[in-house]
Design a protein around this ligand. Structure first.
Ligand code: HAM
Length: 428
């Protein structure tokens, strides 16, 4: 027998039941995004590799270890996007959306990272991300965070998720911190692993991302970047905290939160759950005021976040198991006997035209009435329209309420009456 071809490790099918749960979650988030004035932007999945090495930083885990990079047929190095911010900035610059303008954009789609797969961590995963350009005050940072809090409220999961907040200061703050950090790391170089030694001078902040347990004790002794903030960064962060207090958003200042991508400055945040084990970060983001300039645009401040959809759906399913997205249909058409199938075919289209929002299916493949009713039940249809030879000969049909077991006969010469009747039944 031919060997079955299976999905690539870490990349999953989303089966219909799960897909409807994703739709449920996505619809609610998109609704909140548009209520805050965000517009959708659709971006390519494949980008030129230097976009990510420049934006994310070539000494980050994502760029060094996790990118799906390959040569296209002309030898150009391209990468499956590991995240959405870089592509969004690239598109904004390329299409003249950013300079001297205010933009609120959201995107959704697959991202790719070659990580070790486990529950909540995949090689193809999906994000909904949002980016704001052209605004630099702490008020937009607060607005964005308040909006993310609204997602959890709308989804009913606010009790299972908490906010961690930090400021990593300006680029100048980082430079100062780098010097201090390098000196400290040099003093302890014998404890560092090969990766950290390699990153120590070029990108010392990324040394702190290491998960190597042998170095955690050393990291705990190092003062966090928050202790080195300049006055402006302090002021920005304090104002943000006050606005969040005013809005009643609880948070924990976590001075160890630095994020694993190089483009951030100032505000960084993460929404974390304790309900999913190791992969608890549901939504993460921060400010990136130099990224547009770094990618060739005119300096424009930016701030954004991305939600990991798989983790969010896992969380909703875990803490609210009672949320099931109905898999039922509204109406199933059944026909058996001479001339009934064509009449059913026409009738189904007439009803679909009258009720574009209803879920309507008709029987395929013939079969006895009993068999067709059992198919209608399998689809958990609310109503059935039944056409037999008797009904066709008398130009009528039967509407059967499959929940209540009641039925009525309606003339087919009065389609408008039939439609009204259906509409009345469906409203009860
Ligand atoms: P990130 O922290 O790398 O940030 O990813 C954001 C979220 O994506 C994480 O909090 C997590 O929920 C989800 N995620 C990341 N990797 C995986 C994975 N392998 N499997 C499943 N879910 C995953 C960014 O991507 C930034 N672009 C966010 C941002 C937007 N910052 C500013 N604007």
């Amino acid at each position: 027998m031919t060997k079955k071809i299976q999905a690539v490790r870490g990349m999953h099918d989303c089966l219909p039941l799960d897909a409807s749960m994703y739709q449920y979650v996505e619809t609610r988030i998109i609704q909140v995004l548009s209520s805050y004035g965000f517009s959708e932007i659709r971006l390519p999945v494949v980008e030129a590799t230097p976009l990510f090495t420049h934006a994310i930083g070539d000494m980050t885990d994502v760029v060094e270890k996790e990118m799906y990079t390959f040569k296209d047929r002309r030898g150009m190095s391209v990468t499956l996007r590991p995240e959405g911010t870089a592509g969004c900035v690239r598109a904004g610059i390329e299409n003249g959306l950013l300079y001297n303008q205010e933009q609120r954009l959201w995107y959704m789609g697959p991202m790719f990272r070659y990580e070790r797969p486990q529950k909540g961590r995949y090689r193809q995963f999906h994000q909904i991300g949002a980016e704001v350009f052209g605004l630099q005050g702490p008020d937009i940072d607060a607005d964005l965070i308040i909006m993310t809090a609204k997602f959890w409220k709308v989804l009913g999961i606010s009790d299972y998720i908490h906010l961690e907040l930090n400021s990593i200061g300006s680029i100048a703050t980082r430079k100062n911190y780098h010097h201090t950090l390098i000196a400290l790391l040099e003093d302890n170089v014998q404890i560092l692993d090969a990766d950290c030694k390699r990153r120590m001078y070029a990108n010392p902040l990324r040394v702190l991302d290491s998960k190597n347990p042998d170095m955690q004790a050393l990291f705990d002794t190092i003062s966090p970047i928050g202790h080195y903030l300049d006055d402006k960064s302090h002021e920005h962060f304090n104002e943000l905290c006050q606005l969040l207090d005013l809005a009643g958003i609880s948070y924990r200042v976590n001075q160890r939160l630095v994020r694993g991508l190089d483009y951030y400055n100032g505000t960084v945040f993460e929404w974390i759950t304790d309900s999913l084990g190791a992969q608890g970060s549901i939504c993460a983001g921060g400010r990136y005021d130099t990224l547009v300039g770094l990618l060739g645009g005119r300096n424009t401040p930016g701030i954004g976040f991305a939600i990991g959809l798989e983790r969010l759906v896992l969380l909703v399913q875990k803490v609210l198991p009672e949320i099931t997205v109905p898999q039922s249909i509204d109406l199933y058409l059944i026909a058996s006997g001479q001339g009934t199938e064509r009449a059913m075919f026409l009738l189904s289209e007439t009803i679909r035209n009258a009720f574009p929002d209803l879920k309507i299916m008709r029987n395929f493949g013939g079969g006895s009435f009993k068999k067709q009713f059992s198919r209608a039940n399998k689809y958990r249809a609310r109503l059935a329209i039944v056409l037999g030879e008797y009904e066709i000969n008398h130009n009528q049909c039967i509407i059967k309420d499959l929940c209540k077991g009641t039925q009525q006969t309606v003339s087919l010469s009065q389609i408008s009456f039939l439609i009204r009747m259906l509409s009345n039944i469906l409203q009860t």
